[in-house]
Ligand binder design. Structure first.
Ligand SMILES: [Zn+2]
Length: 85
């Protein structure tokens, strides 16, 4: 089991094991944005320590934890992780 955000809404994925796994997560993210459970961060929040991290950033609307979706690439299999702020 991966780490979860403070409100237990989302759980980390250390590494995507298949294209299907990331597709399911993308769908979940879209739904949670529509439901107001997740907010897409268009800009890097000023309070983050490392502003150079790539990927797509989201904030859990319930607990405020910040998440990063890193898409698979040649260099990595991608991940969905909490960003320490
Ligand atoms: Zn949360």
């Amino acid at each position: 089991m991966g780490r979860k955000c403070s409100c237990d809404s989302f759980e980390e994925i250390n590494e995507f094991k298949s294209p299907n796994e990331i597709e399911i997560l993308r769908r979940t993210i879209r739904q949670d944005i529509n439901f107001g459970n997740l907010e897409e961060l268009k800009y890097r929040p000023h309070f983050l320590k490392d502003k150079n991290l790539s990927g797509d950033w989201y904030r859990c609307a319930r607990c405020g934890d910040v998440w990063r979706l890193l898409e698979p690439s040649n260099a990595s299999k991608g991940s969905w992780k909490i960003i320490d702020i």
